[in-house]
Design a protein around this ligand. Sequence first.
Ligand code: 13P
Ligand code: SF4
Length: 358
Amino acid sequence: MNDIQTSLIDYRIPSENVPETISESLDSDERKLLIDKVRELLIKENGTVVAHYYTDPDLQQLADETGGYVSDSLDMARFGNESHASTLVVCGVRFMGETAKILNPEKRILMPDLEANCSLDIGCPPDQFSAFCDQHPDHTVVVYANTSAAVKARADWMVTSGSAVDVIRHLHANGEKIIWAPDMYLGDYVQKQTGADMVLWQGSCIVHEEFKGKELLEMKQQHPDAKVLVHPESPASVIQYADVVGSTTAVIKAAKEMDALKFIVATDRGIFYKMRQAAPEKIFIEAPTAGKSATCKSCAHCPWMAMNSLRKLADVLENGKNEIHVDMDTIERAQIPIKRLLAFSKIQNQAIYGNNDA
Ligand code: 13P
Ligand code: SF4
């Protein structure tokens, strides 16, 4: 019997605390000038751009064309760790910049906007989380990448959406009981996949939480030839209709490799840029966010990811603004759960591919 407990406190953030999603608009001359400027500054500063799939296509394109990297949060961490650049400009949200700093304390980590946060990170205050861990001293503490450096410093393991099921399965096989934070939906999904004994923190992603199961079913009925791709930060009512549940990288791979020509996609719409590149002949439809009686707030686009813009990227490179700082004690403690994941995922990849490509 699984002992599924939940912390009783609701740490989801109210919609009035969610900023508006505002994307940058540039005319073509401004855009070209900014792109040229960023290219020059990256050379001058020995910098490289590491971007998440949810950021503006201009940023993703720049990263690709200048020797940088576009990926999910696991590979962003891996790339930053292996890059020879002395400045990493992380286009994403704050925990991604902090993870880069923790793994590369000697490097300068810049971000286009330090206000770019994440509802999961905001909904897991380090003091309260630490007190929660103290209540379950016999549990292994596993935190999602979408947390602050201080929360990671309190953890035994960090996981990402691309690695959570494998890590928890491994811990469960060792007989460990688990504290999981902060995403309650991802925690619920992982628990069902692995049967592990997990205590779940009650946080959520304000973007994925808005996808609607009932309306998704109706959309599926209107498009019976479409396959459904779902990020596991979505509620179980949405996940139940998925053909594939996976990290951002996993759903792009599925869109490319599956036979279907049409896909309904339940994740941030920023992902369509890479999906269309990966499978230009296929059709991608956004999964429904607003129910019949409700309206969406983020409407499938993360307001914090949208804070990253070309103009801000050029500005931080030119002026050295928005550097990420994490104190050395926190870095040393937070490195432990992150490095554990990187070592684990390297062994997993070797087991899958039988080589050293991890
Ligand atoms: P991935 O690691 O799957 O890219 O997820 C990060 C994230 O913030 C999704 O909302
Ligand atoms: Fe956080 Fe959700 Fe935005 Fe991802 S999409 S950064 S989980 S708020």
